[in-house]
Write a protein that binds this ligand. Structure first.
Ligand code: C2E
Ligand code: MG
Ligand code: MG
Length: 746
C-alpha cells in the first residue's frame, strides 16, 4: 500500500455502509436512490483520498525508507541503521564487508557491536556511543585491525524504540600511515643517533636549532645556538669557509659541503663535515638554511697522512706548492665574495746555492727548515706559509688595510733569518729577498698574483736583502729584459759573442805581460755592445754559464794560439761573476779548458771583485785555493770600490791586486788618491802580492804609479780592448818597441 492509511479508510467506508443500510431498511421506497448516491459518494471519496494521499506523500518524504536502505546499501561509507531495542539492524554492504561476516548467518546484534567496538561487557556504553560526536571503534578482521570513527544521529523516536543512523569513517589506512610516519621518524631519529649525525637548522641565519646529536657534538645544553657562538667555536682558519657557506647557500640551492675544525664538547678541535643546503622561502614557508654535521676526525687523521704526501713539503714540513696553489686560489675566490684582500710575499734565500755548496746538503736543509719555521711564525689566521721550490718560499697574509704590512713582515723575517747560526759556519751571513703583491687586485687568478710577486722579486736583479712590491709598470722593464734575454740567447747560438783583449804592461820593462779578455756582443750589422749592457741580464738568467764557458775556453785557446804563433808568453785574465765563481765544479771546468787548449795553468788568471769574494769569504777562499792548486793566478779586480779592507789580503790567496780606475783617473792631482794607492802598493808588496793599475790614460799617471812601485799598468795609454787580430799587431809593435829600447839601451 502506497498511499493513505488502509485502516482509517476501511473504518470510514464501514461506518458509511452501516448508516446507509439502516436508512434503507427504515425507508425502503428511497433505498435504491440512497444506495446509488452512496456508491457514487464512495467512488468520489476514493478519488479524493487518492489525490490527497498523493499530495500528502509528496510532502511527507521524497525517499521511501526502503529506498533509503537501498541507497545506503551501495554507499562507499560504512552505514548502520539500528534501533535501540536492536529489533532493527541494517548494515550496508561496505560495513558488512569490513566486518567480514556472512551477514545472513551472523547474529546481527553481535555484528553491530563488533562494528561499534562494543562487547557484551561494555554494551551499556552504547549510550556513550550515541552521544559521542565521533566514537572511535576498533576491531579485527581478516586483514588486521580496523578503526572506524562513528557519528550517530537519531532518525526516529517512538515511545518504545528509537532508530539511529550511524555513519562510519574508516581510519584504518590513516592510522597505518600515521604509524608508518611515526616509525619513519623513529627510524630517522635512531639513524641519526647511530650515524652520529647532528642537524643544524636556521630560518634566519642568526640562530640555529641543533638536534640532540648536534648539541652533544657542540657541547651545548640548549637546543639552539647563536651563529656568533657557533662561529667562535670554529677554528679561525675555517671560519671563512663557514661564512661563505652561510652567505653562498642562498644563491645555489644545491647541497654543498665544507670541512671545518670545531672546538666542541671535548674542548679540543675536531674535524666536522658540514653538508648544507638552503631552501628559499615562499609566501607560505620560511627560508631554511642548515645541514648535517658529521664528525670526520678519524677519517681526517687518515687523510692527514695522505695530505702530508700530497701537500706537505718533506724537508721543511710546511705546505708545498700544491697546497699553496689550492689554498691561494680558494682565498682568491673568497676575496670578491667577502670583500677580503690578501698579501702574497714570495721569498728567496740569497745565494742559497752557494750556502748549499759550501756548507753541505745537511746544513742546507737545516737552513731551509729554519727559514720555514721563521716564516711560519708570521702566518696569521686564514693565511699560509709554503715552500714553493728550492729556496723559494711564499707567505699569504690577510690584508687589514695596512700597506706597510708586507714590507714590515719581510724585514722581520730578514732580521730573524740573519740571526740564524749555522754550526761551524759562523761566518756565513744569511739573507733573503722578497717580492710581494696583493690579491685580488694584482692579477686575474691566484697564480697571476703570485707570478707578479715573483716578478717583483726578480726585478731586484740578484741584489741581496731586497724587498720590492709589485707595480704594473714593472712589466715594461721586465718585458724589455725578457726580450734582451731572448736576443742574447740567440746571439750566443749565432756566435755573435767575441772576446776583445786589452794589454797589460809591465811598468818596469814596458813589455806586454798579459791581456784581459773582455767580452763584446757584435751584432750582424757590426754594432758592438759592451758587457755592462748584457752581462747583468745574463747573470740573472742561465745564460751567464754559457758566456763564461765560452770566455774560459776561448781565452785559453787564444793564448795558446799566440804562444804557438811565437809571441811572448803572457797571462790571459778572464772575469768571473759570482755565479761562475761559486760553482761547485769550478776547478773541473777550469781544468777541462786548460786541458782542451793545452795551455799551462800559470798563463791563466781569474779576476774576481772584492764584493764577490767577500760575500762568502770562506767559500771564496776554498774556491780560490782550488784554483791556486792548479797554479791558476788570481787577481782582485776593482780594488778600492768594495769593502777595501786590507786585512782581507791576509786571508785571500790572491796573486795580483788591481787598483780601481777611480783612484787612477785623477791621481796626478788628487793627493789622497795618491796616498791610498801608494799605501796599498806597499802593503801588497809586503804580502808578496803584485799590483796593477787600471785605467792609465796618460804618461803622467803611468809615471806616478811606476814611482809608487806599481808593477803593471792597463789602460787606453797602451791600448783599448781589441779583437785578437789587432792584438797580433800589438804584439808585433810591442816587440819592436822593446827591441828598439833594447838596441837603444845597447
Ligand atoms: P773590468 O774587469 O774592470 O774591465 C775593465 C774595464 O775598464 C773594461 O770595460 C775596459 O774597457 C775599461 N777600461 C780599461 N782601460 C780603460 C781606460 O784607460 N779608460 C777607461 N775609461 N776605461 C778603461 P769593459 O770592457 O766595458 O768591461 C766592463 C766590465 O765588464 C769589466 O770590468 C768586467 O767587470 C765586465 N766584463 C767584461 N768582460 C767580461 C766577461 O767576459 N765576463 C764577465 N763576467 N764580465 C766581463
Ligand atoms: Mg776585470
Ligand atoms: Mg776592473
Amino acid at each position: 500500500m502506497k498511499f493513505g492509511n488502509p485502516l482509517a479508510a476501511a473504518l470510514v467506508i464501514t461506518a458509511a455502509t452501516v448508516l446507509i443500510v439502516s436508512y434503507a431498511l427504515h425507508q425502503p421506497e428511497s433505498a435504491l436512490l440512497v444506495i446509488i448516491v452512496y456508491i457514487a459518494t464512495i467512488i468520489f471519496l476514493s478519488i479524493i483520498v487518492y489525490f490527497l494521499s498523493k499530495i500528502y506523500s509528496k510532502h511527507k518524504s521524497s525517499v521511501d525508507p526502503e529506498d533509503f536502505v537501498e541507497i545506503c546499501e551501495d554507499l562507499n561509507t560504512e552505514i548502520a541503521i539500528w534501533s535501540d531495542d536492536f529489533s532493527l539492524i541494517i548494515m550496508n554492504k561496505k560495513l558488512r564487508d569490513l566486518i567480514g561476516i556472512d551477514y545472513e548467518k551472523y547474529d546481527k546484534k553481535e555484528a553491530l557491536f563488533t562494528a561499534f567496538g562494543l562487547t557484551k561487557e561494555n554494551g551499556e556504553d552504547i549510550q556513550k556511543f550515541i552521544e559521542s560526536p565521533s566514537y572511535e571503534s576498533t576491531f579485527r578482521n581478516s586483514g588486521g585491525t580496523v578503526s572506524i570513527a562513528w557519528s550517530t544521529s537519531p532518525v526516529k523516536r517512538r515511545k518504545k524504540r528509537s532508530v539511529f543512523l550511524s555513519t562510519g569513517f574508516n581510519l584504518t589506512e590513516l592510522k597505518k600511515m600515521k604509524n608508518n610516519l611515526a616509525s619513519a621518524n623513529d627510524f630517522f631519529k635512531s639513524s641519526m643517533e647511530l650515524a652520529e649525525i647532528g642537524l643544524l637548522l636556521s630560518s634566519d641565519k642568526k640562530k640555529f636549532v641543533a638536534s640532540p646529536e648536534a648539541a652533544a657534538m657542540l657541547g651545548i645544553n640548549s637546543g639552539t645556538i647563536d651563529i656568533s657562538v657557533l662561529r667562535s667555536m670554529i677554528h679561525p682558519n675555517d671560519r671563512i669557509h663557514f661564512e661563505r657557506a652561510v652567505k653562498y647557500a642562498d644563491a645555489s640551492g644545491n647541497v654543498n659541503s665544507i670541512e671545518m675544525k670545531i672546538k666542541g664538547s671535548g674542548g679540543a678541535y675536531r674535524w666536522y663535515n658540514f653538508r648544507y643546503k638552503s631552501i628559499i622561502g615562499t609566501a607560505n614557508t620560511a627560508p631554511v638554511f642548515g645541514g648535517a654535521l658529521l664528525d670526520v676526525t678519524q677519517e681526517h687523521e687518515k687523510d692527514i697522512l695522505i695530505e702530508r704526501l700530497a701537500y706537505i713539503d718533506e724537508v721543511t714540513e710546511i705546505s708545498n706548492r700544491n697546497k699553496l696553489m689550492a689554498t691561494g686560489q680558494e682565498l682568491y675566490d673568497t676575496c670578491n665574495v667577502l670583500s677580503h684582500s690578501y698579501w702574497i710575499i714570495v721569498l728567496d734565500i740569497d745565494r742559497f746555492h752557494i750556502v748549499n755548496d759550501t756548507c753541505g746538503y745537511e746544513n742546507g736543509n737545516y737552513i731551509l727548515k729554519n727559514f720555514a719555521h721563521i716564516l711560519y711564525k708570521f702566518v696569521t689566521p686564514g693565511g699560509i706559509a709554503a715552500r714553493i721550490s728550492g729556496d723559494n718560499f711564499a707567505l699569504i697574509l690577510k690584508d687589514y688595510g695596512d700597506d706597510d704590512l708586507p714590507s714590515r713582515t719581510a724585514r722581520s723575517i730578514q732580521d730573524e733569518f740573519a740571526k740564524l747560526a749555522v754550526d761551524d759556519f759562523e761566518a756565513i751571513t744569511l739573507s733573503c729577498s722578497a717580492g710581494f703583491s696583493k690579491m685580488p687586485g694584482d692579477g686575474n687568478s691566484f697564480l697571476d698574483v703570485m707570478e707578479h710577486a715573483e716578478f717583483a722579486l726578480k726585478s731586484a736583479n740578484g741584489s741581496q736583502s731586497t724587498i720590492i712590491g709589485y707595480e704594473p709598470s714593472m712589466h715594461d722593464s721586465i718585458i724589455g729584459r725578457n726580450e734582451l734575454e731572448k736576443a742574447l740567447a740567440l746571439a750566443i747560438k749565432n756566435n755573435e759573442l767575441q772576446l776583445f783583449y786589452q794589454p797589460k804592461i809591465d811598468l818596469k820593462t814596458d813589455k806586454i805581460m798579459g791581456v784581459e779578455a773582455l767580452i763584446r756582443w757584435i751584432k750582424p750589422d757590426g754594432t758592438i755592445i759592451k758587457p755592462d749592457s748584457f752581462v747583468p741580464v745574463a747573470e740573472s738568467s742561465h745564460l751567464i754559464g754559457k758566456i763564461s764557458e765560452f770566455v774560459l775556453n776561448e781565452g785559453c785557446r787564444q793564448n795558446k794560439l799566440w804562444q804557438k804563433m811565437g809571441y811572448p808568453n803572457i797571462v790571459m785574465s778572464i772575469n768571473f761573476t759570482s755565479t761562475d765563481f761559486y760553482q761547485a765544479d769550478l776547478k773541473e771546468k777550469v781544468l777541462e779548458a786548460l786541458a782542451k787548449s793545452k795551455l799551462d795553468a800559470k798563463w791563466l788568471e781569474v779576476e774576481l771583485t772584492e764584493t764577490l769574494a767577500l760575500s762568502d769569504i770562506d767559500f771564496a777562499v776554498s774556491q780560490m785555493n782550488k784554483l791556486r792548486e792548479l797554479d791558476v793566478k788570481l787577481a782582485m779586480d776593482d780594488f778600492g770600490t768594495g769593502y777595501s779592507s786590507l786585512s782581507y789580503l791576509q786571508i785571500l790567496p790572491i796573486t795580483l791586486l788591481k787598483l780601481d780606475r777611480s783612484f787612477i783617473t785623477d791621481i796626478q792631482h788628487d793627493n789622497i788618491a795618491f796616498e791610498i794607492v801608494s799605501a796599498v802598493i806597499r802593503i801588497a808588496k809586503s804580502k808578496k802580492i803584485e799590483t796593477i793599475a787600471e785605467g792609465i790614460e796618460n804618461k803622467e799617471q803611468e809615471e806616478i804609479l811606476r814611482k809608487a812601485g806599481c808593477d803593471y799598468g792597463q789602460g787606453y795609454l797602451y791600448g783599448k780592448p781589441m779583437p785578437a787580430e789587432k792584438m797580433n799587431e800589438f804584439f808585433e809593435e810591442n816587440a819592436k818597441i822593446n827591441a828598439g829600447t833594447k838596441s837603444g839601451n845597447n
